[in-house]
Design a protein around this ligand. Structure first.
Ligand SMILES: [Zn+2]
Length: 592
Protein backbone atom coordinates (compact mmCIF):
# COMPACT_ATOMS: atom_id res chain seq x y z
CA UNK A 1 0.00 0.00 0.00
CA UNK A 2 1.27 3.44 -0.77
CA UNK A 3 -0.96 5.70 1.25
CA UNK A 4 2.07 7.62 2.41
CA UNK A 5 4.81 9.40 0.55
CA UNK A 6 8.39 8.80 1.52
CA UNK A 7 8.65 12.14 3.24
CA UNK A 8 5.89 13.72 5.24
CA UNK A 9 5.03 17.03 3.72
CA UNK A 10 2.55 18.21 6.27
CA UNK A 11 2.00 21.73 7.42
CA UNK A 12 5.25 22.92 5.95
CA UNK A 13 4.28 26.44 5.17
CA UNK A 14 2.85 29.07 7.40
CA UNK A 15 0.12 30.81 5.46
CA UNK A 16 -1.85 32.35 8.26
CA UNK A 17 -1.86 36.04 8.94
CA UNK A 18 -0.27 37.23 5.75
CA UNK A 19 -0.73 40.90 5.18
CA UNK A 20 -0.88 42.58 1.81
CA UNK A 21 2.57 43.78 0.86
CA UNK A 22 2.95 47.49 1.28
CA UNK A 23 2.69 49.29 -2.02
CA UNK A 24 6.26 49.89 -3.12
CA UNK A 25 6.90 53.41 -4.32
CA UNK A 26 8.65 53.63 -7.69
CA UNK A 27 12.37 54.40 -7.31
CA UNK A 28 13.20 58.12 -7.48
CA UNK A 29 14.54 59.34 -10.83
CA UNK A 30 18.32 59.16 -10.70
CA UNK A 31 19.91 62.44 -9.64
CA UNK A 32 21.03 64.42 -12.65
CA UNK A 33 24.60 65.72 -12.79
CA UNK A 34 24.57 69.51 -12.47
CA UNK A 35 25.39 71.17 -15.78
CA UNK A 36 24.28 74.64 -14.89
CA UNK A 37 21.54 74.29 -17.48
CA UNK A 38 18.08 74.29 -15.93
CA UNK A 39 16.78 70.77 -16.16
CA UNK A 40 13.41 70.16 -17.73
CA UNK A 41 10.46 69.47 -15.46
CA UNK A 42 10.85 65.91 -14.09
CA UNK A 43 8.78 63.34 -15.90
CA UNK A 44 5.90 61.96 -13.81
CA UNK A 45 6.87 58.72 -12.08
CA UNK A 46 5.88 55.65 -14.10
CA UNK A 47 2.49 54.37 -13.05
CA UNK A 48 2.70 51.34 -10.79
CA UNK A 49 1.90 48.22 -12.76
CA UNK A 50 -0.87 46.28 -11.14
CA UNK A 51 -0.46 42.49 -11.15
CA UNK A 52 -2.18 40.27 -13.67
CA UNK A 53 -2.28 36.68 -12.44
CA UNK A 54 -3.82 33.65 -14.09
CA UNK A 55 -4.35 30.78 -11.66
CA UNK A 56 -5.11 27.53 -13.49
CA UNK A 57 -6.41 24.21 -12.19
CA UNK A 58 -6.35 21.17 -14.47
CA UNK A 59 -9.00 18.82 -13.11
CA UNK A 60 -7.58 15.32 -12.48
CA UNK A 61 -3.94 15.74 -13.47
CA UNK A 62 -1.82 13.47 -11.31
CA UNK A 63 1.90 13.77 -10.78
CA UNK A 64 2.56 10.45 -12.49
CA UNK A 65 0.72 11.61 -15.61
CA UNK A 66 2.55 14.94 -15.71
CA UNK A 67 5.93 13.39 -14.99
CA UNK A 68 5.66 10.67 -17.60
CA UNK A 69 3.90 12.68 -20.33
CA UNK A 70 5.01 16.30 -20.34
CA UNK A 71 8.47 15.27 -21.63
CA UNK A 72 6.76 13.30 -24.43
CA UNK A 73 4.80 16.31 -25.75
CA UNK A 74 6.21 18.31 -28.65
CA UNK A 75 7.49 21.67 -27.33
CA UNK A 76 4.49 24.00 -27.30
CA UNK A 77 3.11 27.19 -25.78
CA UNK A 78 1.26 25.99 -22.67
CA UNK A 79 2.19 23.31 -20.16
CA UNK A 80 5.46 22.56 -21.94
CA UNK A 81 6.36 26.26 -21.95
CA UNK A 82 5.63 26.54 -18.23
CA UNK A 83 8.08 23.67 -17.73
CA UNK A 84 10.72 25.39 -19.90
CA UNK A 85 10.30 28.90 -18.53
CA UNK A 86 9.10 28.30 -14.99
CA UNK A 87 9.56 26.10 -11.94
CA UNK A 88 8.03 22.62 -11.92
CA UNK A 89 7.24 21.15 -8.53
CA UNK A 90 6.78 17.50 -9.40
CA UNK A 91 4.95 16.43 -6.24
CA UNK A 92 2.48 18.83 -4.68
CA UNK A 93 0.84 16.74 -1.96
CA UNK A 94 -2.67 16.91 -0.58
CA UNK A 95 -2.62 16.27 3.17
CA UNK A 96 -6.03 14.57 3.29
CA UNK A 97 -7.93 11.51 2.05
CA UNK A 98 -10.90 12.95 0.14
CA UNK A 99 -9.19 13.72 -3.19
CA UNK A 100 -12.15 15.25 -5.02
CA UNK A 101 -12.77 18.45 -6.97
CA UNK A 102 -14.46 20.62 -4.35
CA UNK A 103 -11.98 19.76 -1.57
CA UNK A 104 -9.06 20.19 -4.00
CA UNK A 105 -10.07 23.58 -5.36
CA UNK A 106 -10.68 24.76 -1.79
CA UNK A 107 -7.26 23.52 -0.64
CA UNK A 108 -5.52 25.20 -3.58
CA UNK A 109 -7.24 28.57 -3.28
CA UNK A 110 -7.66 28.84 0.51
CA UNK A 111 -4.74 26.77 1.79
CA UNK A 112 -7.10 24.86 4.09
CA UNK A 113 -8.02 21.16 4.06
CA UNK A 114 -11.69 20.12 3.95
CA UNK A 115 -11.94 19.89 7.75
CA UNK A 116 -11.46 23.66 7.81
CA UNK A 117 -12.77 24.79 4.42
CA UNK A 118 -16.10 22.95 4.81
CA UNK A 119 -15.70 21.59 1.25
CA UNK A 120 -15.87 17.95 2.35
CA UNK A 121 -17.21 16.34 -0.87
CA UNK A 122 -18.49 17.23 -4.33
CA UNK A 123 -22.09 16.28 -3.68
CA UNK A 124 -24.61 15.63 -0.93
CA UNK A 125 -27.82 13.57 -1.06
CA UNK A 126 -31.06 15.46 -1.62
CA UNK A 127 -33.81 13.33 -0.03
CA UNK A 128 -36.50 15.47 -1.72
CA UNK A 129 -35.36 14.43 -5.21
CA UNK A 130 -33.71 11.13 -4.18
CA UNK A 131 -30.65 12.34 -6.10
CA UNK A 132 -27.24 13.75 -5.27
CA UNK A 133 -26.83 17.49 -5.73
CA UNK A 134 -23.84 19.84 -5.81
CA UNK A 135 -22.45 20.77 -2.41
CA UNK A 136 -22.70 24.38 -3.64
CA UNK A 137 -26.39 24.25 -4.55
CA UNK A 138 -28.13 27.13 -2.76
CA UNK A 139 -31.92 27.35 -2.98
CA UNK A 140 -31.80 30.93 -1.67
CA UNK A 141 -30.22 31.91 -5.02
CA UNK A 142 -31.39 31.56 -8.63
CA UNK A 143 -29.62 30.42 -11.77
CA UNK A 144 -28.67 33.29 -14.10
CA UNK A 145 -28.54 32.29 -17.77
CA UNK A 146 -27.84 34.17 -21.01
CA UNK A 147 -31.64 34.22 -21.43
CA UNK A 148 -32.26 35.72 -18.00
CA UNK A 149 -32.85 34.62 -14.42
CA UNK A 150 -34.34 31.12 -14.31
CA UNK A 151 -36.70 29.83 -11.64
CA UNK A 152 -34.22 27.18 -10.51
CA UNK A 153 -31.87 26.97 -7.55
CA UNK A 154 -28.52 28.61 -8.16
CA UNK A 155 -25.21 27.96 -6.42
CA UNK A 156 -23.06 29.99 -4.05
CA UNK A 157 -19.99 29.90 -1.84
CA UNK A 158 -22.14 30.00 1.32
CA UNK A 159 -20.78 26.67 2.57
CA UNK A 160 -17.15 27.76 2.10
CA UNK A 161 -15.98 28.53 5.64
CA UNK A 162 -12.75 30.32 4.86
CA UNK A 163 -11.53 33.08 2.56
CA UNK A 164 -10.02 32.36 -0.83
CA UNK A 165 -7.03 34.33 -2.09
CA UNK A 166 -9.55 36.11 -4.35
CA UNK A 167 -11.56 37.10 -1.25
CA UNK A 168 -8.41 38.49 0.34
CA UNK A 169 -7.59 40.38 -2.84
CA UNK A 170 -11.06 41.94 -2.98
CA UNK A 171 -10.79 42.89 0.72
CA UNK A 172 -7.42 44.57 0.15
CA UNK A 173 -8.40 46.02 -3.23
CA UNK A 174 -12.18 46.27 -3.66
CA UNK A 175 -11.58 47.48 -7.23
CA UNK A 176 -9.73 44.27 -8.23
CA UNK A 177 -11.03 42.35 -11.24
CA UNK A 178 -11.69 38.69 -10.42
CA UNK A 179 -13.00 36.49 -13.25
CA UNK A 180 -13.48 32.77 -12.68
CA UNK A 181 -14.54 30.27 -15.36
CA UNK A 182 -14.97 26.50 -15.29
CA UNK A 183 -17.14 23.74 -16.69
CA UNK A 184 -18.23 22.97 -13.11
CA UNK A 185 -19.84 25.17 -10.48
CA UNK A 186 -17.25 23.97 -7.96
CA UNK A 187 -14.39 24.74 -10.35
CA UNK A 188 -15.60 28.33 -10.80
CA UNK A 189 -17.08 29.24 -7.41
CA UNK A 190 -14.61 27.76 -4.95
CA UNK A 191 -11.56 29.50 -6.47
CA UNK A 192 -13.48 32.77 -6.71
CA UNK A 193 -14.94 32.83 -3.19
CA UNK A 194 -17.77 35.04 -2.11
CA UNK A 195 -17.21 38.25 -4.04
CA UNK A 196 -15.78 37.68 -7.51
CA UNK A 197 -16.52 40.17 -10.25
CA UNK A 198 -17.76 37.19 -12.31
CA UNK A 199 -17.98 33.43 -11.78
CA UNK A 200 -19.26 31.41 -14.74
CA UNK A 201 -19.77 27.67 -15.21
CA UNK A 202 -21.41 25.30 -17.66
CA UNK A 203 -24.90 23.92 -17.10
CA UNK A 204 -25.17 20.55 -18.84
CA UNK A 205 -28.99 20.63 -18.96
CA UNK A 206 -29.17 24.09 -20.55
CA UNK A 207 -26.09 23.54 -22.73
CA UNK A 208 -24.84 27.03 -21.91
CA UNK A 209 -22.71 28.84 -19.37
CA UNK A 210 -24.52 30.32 -16.36
CA UNK A 211 -23.92 32.20 -13.14
CA UNK A 212 -26.00 32.72 -10.00
CA UNK A 213 -27.79 35.60 -8.29
CA UNK A 214 -25.23 35.03 -5.51
CA UNK A 215 -22.79 36.86 -7.79
CA UNK A 216 -24.75 39.02 -10.24
CA UNK A 217 -28.33 39.62 -11.34
CA UNK A 218 -27.76 39.30 -15.08
CA UNK A 219 -25.49 37.30 -17.36
CA UNK A 220 -22.53 39.46 -18.45
CA UNK A 221 -23.02 40.83 -21.96
CA UNK A 222 -19.47 39.96 -23.04
CA UNK A 223 -20.01 36.31 -22.07
CA UNK A 224 -23.02 35.54 -24.28
CA UNK A 225 -21.25 35.38 -27.66
CA UNK A 226 -18.88 32.68 -26.36
CA UNK A 227 -21.01 31.05 -23.69
CA UNK A 228 -24.66 30.89 -24.76
CA UNK A 229 -26.38 27.72 -25.98
CA UNK A 230 -25.92 28.66 -29.64
CA UNK A 231 -22.16 29.20 -29.26
CA UNK A 232 -21.77 25.91 -27.41
CA UNK A 233 -23.90 24.01 -29.94
CA UNK A 234 -21.58 25.28 -32.70
CA UNK A 235 -18.50 24.08 -30.80
CA UNK A 236 -20.18 20.77 -29.99
CA UNK A 237 -21.04 20.12 -33.65
CA UNK A 238 -17.37 19.57 -34.52
CA UNK A 239 -16.31 15.94 -34.00
CA UNK A 240 -13.17 15.32 -31.92
CA UNK A 241 -10.51 13.93 -34.24
CA UNK A 242 -7.09 12.84 -32.97
CA UNK A 243 -4.19 15.17 -33.80
CA UNK A 244 -1.91 12.25 -34.70
CA UNK A 245 -3.22 8.68 -34.38
CA UNK A 246 0.19 7.10 -35.03
CA UNK A 247 1.73 9.16 -32.20
CA UNK A 248 -1.12 8.14 -29.87
CA UNK A 249 -0.62 4.46 -30.63
CA UNK A 250 3.11 4.82 -29.96
CA UNK A 251 3.05 6.88 -26.75
CA UNK A 252 -0.03 5.33 -25.10
CA UNK A 253 0.95 1.71 -25.65
CA UNK A 254 -2.73 0.70 -25.72
CA UNK A 255 -5.44 0.36 -28.36
CA UNK A 256 -7.90 3.20 -28.99
CA UNK A 257 -10.64 0.92 -27.67
CA UNK A 258 -8.95 -0.32 -24.50
CA UNK A 259 -10.74 -2.57 -21.99
CA UNK A 260 -12.70 -0.64 -19.36
CA UNK A 261 -13.42 2.48 -21.43
CA UNK A 262 -16.95 3.88 -21.11
CA UNK A 263 -19.36 5.36 -23.65
CA UNK A 264 -20.82 8.68 -22.52
CA UNK A 265 -24.10 9.57 -24.26
CA UNK A 266 -23.02 7.95 -27.53
CA UNK A 267 -19.48 9.39 -27.67
CA UNK A 268 -18.25 5.85 -28.30
CA UNK A 269 -14.88 4.46 -27.25
CA UNK A 270 -12.93 5.18 -30.46
CA UNK A 271 -12.12 8.31 -32.44
CA UNK A 272 -13.77 10.36 -33.84
CA UNK A 273 -16.05 11.35 -30.97
CA UNK A 274 -19.28 13.25 -31.58
CA UNK A 275 -20.94 14.91 -28.58
CA UNK A 276 -24.71 14.62 -28.62
CA UNK A 277 -25.42 16.20 -25.24
CA UNK A 278 -24.25 18.91 -22.90
CA UNK A 279 -22.84 16.20 -20.64
CA UNK A 280 -20.70 14.72 -23.41
CA UNK A 281 -19.57 18.18 -24.60
CA UNK A 282 -17.68 18.29 -21.32
CA UNK A 283 -15.49 15.41 -22.54
CA UNK A 284 -14.38 17.29 -25.67
CA UNK A 285 -11.18 19.35 -25.75
CA UNK A 286 -13.44 22.02 -27.32
CA UNK A 287 -14.90 22.59 -23.85
CA UNK A 288 -11.47 23.83 -22.70
CA UNK A 289 -11.45 26.23 -25.63
CA UNK A 290 -14.86 27.55 -24.55
CA UNK A 291 -13.36 28.31 -21.13
CA UNK A 292 -10.47 30.21 -22.71
CA UNK A 293 -12.77 32.20 -24.99
CA UNK A 294 -14.84 33.27 -22.01
CA UNK A 295 -11.86 34.18 -19.83
CA UNK A 296 -10.31 36.26 -22.62
CA UNK A 297 -13.61 37.95 -23.45
CA UNK A 298 -13.99 38.97 -19.79
CA UNK A 299 -10.49 40.38 -19.53
CA UNK A 300 -10.79 42.22 -22.85
CA UNK A 301 -14.05 43.79 -21.69
CA UNK A 302 -13.12 44.68 -18.14
CA UNK A 303 -9.34 44.81 -17.61
CA UNK A 304 -8.11 48.15 -16.33
CA UNK A 305 -4.35 48.54 -15.83
CA UNK A 306 -5.06 50.59 -12.70
CA UNK A 307 -6.49 47.63 -10.81
CA UNK A 308 -5.16 44.13 -10.09
CA UNK A 309 -6.54 41.32 -12.24
CA UNK A 310 -6.97 37.71 -11.16
CA UNK A 311 -8.15 35.22 -13.78
CA UNK A 312 -9.19 31.87 -12.30
CA UNK A 313 -9.52 29.07 -14.82
CA UNK A 314 -10.39 25.45 -14.14
CA UNK A 315 -10.17 23.04 -17.06
CA UNK A 316 -12.38 19.97 -16.53
CA UNK A 317 -12.36 18.06 -19.83
CA UNK A 318 -9.35 16.17 -18.43
CA UNK A 319 -11.49 14.95 -15.52
CA UNK A 320 -14.40 13.79 -17.67
CA UNK A 321 -12.00 12.09 -20.10
CA UNK A 322 -10.27 10.37 -17.17
CA UNK A 323 -13.59 9.19 -15.76
CA UNK A 324 -14.85 7.88 -19.10
CA UNK A 325 -11.74 6.62 -20.95
CA UNK A 326 -9.10 6.42 -18.19
CA UNK A 327 -5.76 8.24 -17.93
CA UNK A 328 -3.89 5.82 -20.22
CA UNK A 329 -6.29 6.19 -23.14
CA UNK A 330 -5.64 7.70 -26.54
CA UNK A 331 -8.23 10.30 -25.54
CA UNK A 332 -6.27 11.34 -22.43
CA UNK A 333 -3.02 11.66 -24.42
CA UNK A 334 -4.63 13.60 -27.27
CA UNK A 335 -6.37 15.85 -24.78
CA UNK A 336 -3.14 16.66 -22.90
CA UNK A 337 -1.39 17.57 -26.15
CA UNK A 338 -4.28 19.84 -27.11
CA UNK A 339 -4.46 21.35 -23.64
CA UNK A 340 -0.85 22.46 -24.11
CA UNK A 341 -2.01 24.63 -27.01
CA UNK A 342 -5.19 25.76 -25.27
CA UNK A 343 -3.25 27.01 -22.25
CA UNK A 344 -0.90 28.72 -24.71
CA UNK A 345 -3.90 30.46 -26.26
CA UNK A 346 -4.97 31.68 -22.80
CA UNK A 347 -1.58 32.95 -21.67
CA UNK A 348 -0.63 34.47 -25.05
CA UNK A 349 -4.10 35.99 -25.44
CA UNK A 350 -3.86 37.63 -22.03
CA UNK A 351 -0.30 38.83 -22.61
CA UNK A 352 -1.26 40.38 -25.95
CA UNK A 353 -3.92 42.45 -24.26
CA UNK A 354 -2.52 43.27 -20.83
CA UNK A 355 1.25 42.66 -20.99
CA UNK A 356 3.24 40.24 -18.83
CA UNK A 357 1.16 37.71 -16.93
CA UNK A 358 2.13 35.57 -13.94
CA UNK A 359 0.96 31.98 -14.26
CA UNK A 360 0.38 29.33 -11.59
CA UNK A 361 -1.00 25.90 -12.47
CA UNK A 362 -1.84 22.78 -10.54
CA UNK A 363 -4.52 20.08 -10.24
CA UNK A 364 -7.32 19.50 -7.75
CA UNK A 365 -6.54 15.77 -7.42
CA UNK A 366 -4.90 12.89 -9.26
CA UNK A 367 -6.51 9.60 -10.24
CA UNK A 368 -6.48 5.83 -10.04
CA UNK A 369 -5.64 3.99 -13.29
CA UNK A 370 -8.47 1.95 -14.84
CA UNK A 371 -9.07 -1.37 -13.04
CA UNK A 372 -8.45 -3.08 -16.40
CA UNK A 373 -5.10 -1.28 -16.95
CA UNK A 374 -3.03 -3.73 -14.93
CA UNK A 375 0.38 -2.51 -16.15
CA UNK A 376 -0.35 1.09 -15.32
CA UNK A 377 -1.80 0.09 -11.96
CA UNK A 378 1.30 -1.82 -10.99
CA UNK A 379 3.49 1.11 -11.98
CA UNK A 380 1.49 4.00 -10.57
CA UNK A 381 -0.78 2.94 -7.75
CA UNK A 382 0.75 -0.26 -6.41
CA UNK A 383 -2.66 -1.86 -6.82
CA UNK A 384 -3.61 -4.63 -9.18
CA UNK A 385 -7.26 -5.23 -8.50
CA UNK A 386 -10.10 -3.06 -7.33
CA UNK A 387 -13.83 -2.56 -7.14
CA UNK A 388 -15.93 0.25 -8.59
CA UNK A 389 -18.16 1.10 -5.63
CA UNK A 390 -21.42 2.44 -7.06
CA UNK A 391 -22.89 5.06 -4.70
CA UNK A 392 -26.46 4.56 -6.01
CA UNK A 393 -26.41 0.76 -5.73
CA UNK A 394 -24.64 0.95 -2.38
CA UNK A 395 -27.35 3.30 -1.08
CA UNK A 396 -30.03 0.78 -2.12
CA UNK A 397 -28.10 -2.04 -0.46
CA UNK A 398 -27.83 -0.14 2.80
CA UNK A 399 -31.55 0.74 2.79
CA UNK A 400 -32.40 -2.94 2.33
CA UNK A 401 -30.00 -4.01 5.08
CA UNK A 402 -31.40 -1.48 7.55
CA UNK A 403 -34.97 -2.43 6.65
CA UNK A 404 -34.14 -6.04 7.33
CA UNK A 405 -32.60 -5.11 10.67
CA UNK A 406 -35.27 -2.81 12.13
CA UNK A 407 -38.22 -2.85 9.75
CA UNK A 408 -39.61 -0.38 7.22
CA UNK A 409 -38.89 3.35 7.36
CA UNK A 410 -36.72 6.04 5.77
CA UNK A 411 -33.47 5.54 7.64
CA UNK A 412 -30.80 5.92 4.94
CA UNK A 413 -30.63 9.14 2.88
CA UNK A 414 -28.05 7.67 0.57
CA UNK A 415 -24.36 7.53 -0.34
CA UNK A 416 -22.58 10.63 -1.62
CA UNK A 417 -18.96 9.58 -1.59
CA UNK A 418 -17.12 9.29 0.64
CA UNK A 419 -20.04 9.45 3.08
CA UNK A 420 -23.02 7.29 4.00
CA UNK A 421 -25.88 9.51 5.16
CA UNK A 422 -28.48 8.29 7.63
CA UNK A 423 -31.78 10.16 7.75
CA UNK A 424 -32.75 12.57 10.56
CA UNK A 425 -35.27 9.89 11.66
CA UNK A 426 -32.47 7.31 12.01
CA UNK A 427 -30.35 9.73 14.04
CA UNK A 428 -33.24 10.14 16.52
CA UNK A 429 -33.89 6.40 17.04
CA UNK A 430 -33.68 5.05 20.59
CA UNK A 431 -30.24 3.63 21.42
CA UNK A 432 -30.94 -0.10 20.82
CA UNK A 433 -32.46 0.52 17.38
CA UNK A 434 -29.73 3.04 16.54
CA UNK A 435 -27.15 0.37 17.40
CA UNK A 436 -28.95 -2.13 15.15
CA UNK A 437 -28.78 0.37 12.27
CA UNK A 438 -25.08 0.83 12.91
CA UNK A 439 -24.45 -2.91 12.84
CA UNK A 440 -26.47 -3.34 9.64
CA UNK A 441 -24.64 -0.50 7.83
CA UNK A 442 -21.22 -1.78 8.83
CA UNK A 443 -22.04 -5.39 7.94
CA UNK A 444 -23.32 -4.39 4.49
CA UNK A 445 -20.21 -2.30 3.78
CA UNK A 446 -17.92 -5.08 5.03
CA UNK A 447 -19.23 -7.36 2.27
CA UNK A 448 -17.42 -5.18 -0.30
CA UNK A 449 -13.78 -5.97 -0.89
CA UNK A 450 -13.46 -2.41 -2.20
CA UNK A 451 -14.10 -0.99 1.27
CA UNK A 452 -10.94 -0.73 3.37
CA UNK A 453 -12.24 1.07 6.43
CA UNK A 454 -15.38 2.71 7.80
CA UNK A 455 -15.22 5.54 10.32
CA UNK A 456 -18.40 6.56 12.18
CA UNK A 457 -18.88 10.21 13.09
CA UNK A 458 -18.65 9.56 16.84
CA UNK A 459 -15.32 7.81 16.40
CA UNK A 460 -14.00 10.72 14.33
CA UNK A 461 -15.23 13.27 16.86
CA UNK A 462 -13.38 11.35 19.57
CA UNK A 463 -10.15 10.61 17.70
CA UNK A 464 -9.58 13.53 15.33
CA UNK A 465 -8.32 16.21 17.72
CA UNK A 466 -5.40 13.97 18.75
CA UNK A 467 -4.79 12.58 15.24
CA UNK A 468 -4.62 16.06 13.71
CA UNK A 469 -2.44 17.46 16.50
CA UNK A 470 -0.02 14.57 16.07
CA UNK A 471 0.48 15.34 12.38
CA UNK A 472 1.73 12.73 9.95
CA UNK A 473 -0.01 10.91 7.15
CA UNK A 474 -1.50 7.78 8.68
CA UNK A 475 -4.99 6.91 7.48
CA UNK A 476 -6.79 8.39 10.48
CA UNK A 477 -4.95 11.71 10.14
CA UNK A 478 -5.76 11.85 6.40
CA UNK A 479 -9.44 11.17 7.09
CA UNK A 480 -9.58 13.62 9.99
CA UNK A 481 -8.24 16.43 7.79
CA UNK A 482 -11.10 15.55 5.41
CA UNK A 483 -13.83 15.53 8.06
CA UNK A 484 -15.58 18.85 8.73
CA UNK A 485 -17.37 17.81 11.92
CA UNK A 486 -20.53 16.00 13.05
CA UNK A 487 -23.35 15.76 10.48
CA UNK A 488 -25.71 18.14 12.29
CA UNK A 489 -23.14 20.96 12.23
CA UNK A 490 -21.30 20.36 8.98
CA UNK A 491 -23.73 18.70 6.59
CA UNK A 492 -21.33 15.76 6.12
CA UNK A 493 -22.54 12.18 6.44
CA UNK A 494 -22.58 9.70 9.31
CA UNK A 495 -19.90 7.29 8.04
CA UNK A 496 -16.68 8.04 6.14
CA UNK A 497 -15.91 5.12 3.80
CA UNK A 498 -12.28 4.64 2.72
CA UNK A 499 -11.87 2.62 -0.52
CA UNK A 500 -9.29 -0.18 -0.55
CA UNK A 501 -6.14 0.42 -2.66
CA UNK A 502 -7.17 0.23 -6.33
CA UNK A 503 -10.88 0.60 -5.54
CA UNK A 504 -12.84 3.83 -5.84
CA UNK A 505 -16.33 5.23 -5.82
CA UNK A 506 -17.75 5.08 -9.32
CA UNK A 507 -18.37 8.62 -10.55
CA UNK A 508 -21.41 7.14 -12.36
CA UNK A 509 -20.65 9.19 -15.48
CA UNK A 510 -20.44 5.87 -17.35
CA UNK A 511 -21.51 3.51 -14.56
CA UNK A 512 -19.39 0.36 -14.29
CA UNK A 513 -16.75 1.70 -16.69
CA UNK A 514 -13.91 4.21 -16.59
CA UNK A 515 -12.06 5.33 -13.50
CA UNK A 516 -12.14 7.90 -10.75
CA UNK A 517 -10.33 9.47 -7.79
CA UNK A 518 -11.25 10.40 -4.24
CA UNK A 519 -8.97 7.87 -2.54
CA UNK A 520 -6.02 8.38 -0.17
CA UNK A 521 -3.57 6.70 -2.61
CA UNK A 522 -0.52 8.78 -3.42
CA UNK A 523 -1.50 8.67 -7.14
CA UNK A 524 -4.64 10.59 -6.08
CA UNK A 525 -2.99 12.90 -3.56
CA UNK A 526 0.02 13.99 -5.62
CA UNK A 527 -0.20 16.53 -8.45
CA UNK A 528 2.19 18.84 -10.32
CA UNK A 529 2.64 22.57 -9.63
CA UNK A 530 3.99 24.90 -12.31
CA UNK A 531 4.82 28.56 -11.76
CA UNK A 532 6.03 31.04 -14.36
CA UNK A 533 6.48 34.59 -13.12
CA UNK A 534 9.11 37.29 -12.70
CA UNK A 535 11.68 36.14 -10.13
CA UNK A 536 10.76 32.48 -10.40
CA UNK A 537 13.56 30.16 -11.52
CA UNK A 538 13.31 29.25 -15.17
CA UNK A 539 13.55 25.60 -16.14
CA UNK A 540 13.87 24.55 -12.49
CA UNK A 541 12.55 21.28 -11.08
CA UNK A 542 11.68 20.64 -7.42
CA UNK A 543 11.70 16.93 -6.61
CA UNK A 544 10.89 17.10 -2.89
CA UNK A 545 7.21 16.74 -1.99
CA UNK A 546 5.66 20.12 -1.20
CA UNK A 547 2.43 20.60 0.78
CA UNK A 548 -0.53 21.74 -1.34
CA UNK A 549 -0.79 24.89 0.78
CA UNK A 550 2.03 26.28 -1.41
CA UNK A 551 -0.43 27.02 -4.24
CA UNK A 552 -2.47 29.58 -2.26
CA UNK A 553 0.70 31.08 -0.78
CA UNK A 554 2.19 31.59 -4.25
CA UNK A 555 -1.11 32.85 -5.70
CA UNK A 556 -1.20 35.41 -2.87
CA UNK A 557 2.46 36.31 -3.39
CA UNK A 558 1.96 36.98 -7.11
CA UNK A 559 -0.87 39.36 -6.19
CA UNK A 560 1.18 41.20 -3.54
CA UNK A 561 -0.80 39.68 -0.66
CA UNK A 562 2.09 37.65 0.78
CA UNK A 563 5.41 39.41 1.41
CA UNK A 564 7.39 36.29 0.47
CA UNK A 565 8.41 35.62 -3.11
CA UNK A 566 7.26 32.36 -4.76
CA UNK A 567 10.87 31.20 -4.67
CA UNK A 568 11.09 31.91 -0.93
CA UNK A 569 7.85 30.02 -0.34
CA UNK A 570 9.16 26.96 -2.15
CA UNK A 571 12.63 27.23 -0.58
CA UNK A 572 11.13 27.41 2.92
CA UNK A 573 9.03 24.34 2.18
CA UNK A 574 12.09 22.42 0.99
CA UNK A 575 14.14 23.42 4.04
CA UNK A 576 11.35 22.31 6.36
CA UNK A 577 11.14 18.95 4.57
CA UNK A 578 14.88 18.39 5.00
CA UNK A 579 14.73 19.41 8.67
CA UNK A 580 11.86 17.04 9.31
CA UNK A 581 13.67 14.25 7.53
CA UNK A 582 16.89 14.78 9.51
CA UNK A 583 14.95 15.00 12.80
CA UNK A 584 13.54 11.59 12.04
CA UNK A 585 16.90 10.19 11.05
CA UNK A 586 18.63 11.57 14.19
CA UNK A 587 19.35 8.91 16.85
CA UNK A 588 17.42 9.24 20.08
CA UNK A 589 19.44 11.05 22.79
CA UNK A 590 21.32 8.69 25.11
CA UNK A 591 19.68 8.31 28.52
CA UNK A 592 21.52 10.08 31.35
ZN1 LIG B 1 -13.64 13.80 -11.23
Amino acid sequence: MRWVLGLAAMCLLSCGGEKPAAVVAPPPPSAQASTGVPSPAPAPPPAKREPVVVAIVVDQLSSWVAESRLPELPPGRGLTRLVREGTWVKHLVYPYAVTDTAPGHAMLHTGKPPAQSGMFANEIPDPASARRVSILRDPSTKLVTPEGVKDAAGASAARLRVDTVADRLRAARPDALVISVSLKDRGAIIPAGKKPTHALWFDTGLGSFVTSTAFEGSFPGWASPAGDARAIAAMRSQPWQPLDAAWLAKVSGVADDAPGEGDLDGLGTTFPHRARSGASFRALPASDQAIVRLALAGVLAEHDPKRPTLVLVSFSASDVIGHVFGPDSWEAWDHLRRLDGTIGDLVDGLAAHVGPVSVILSADHGNVPLPEATKSRAAHCACTTGERLGPSALGDELRAAVKQAIGPGDFVDGVADPYVYLSPAARKLPAPKRAAVDRAVRAALAKHKGVAKVYGDEELARSCPTAVAKGGEDMLALVCRSWPGPPAESGAGDYYVVPAPGSFFDAEITTGKGTSHGTPLSSDRTVPLLVRAAGVDSGAVVDEPIDAVAYSAIEASLLGLDPRSPKQILDEARIRIREQASERAAPAPAPR
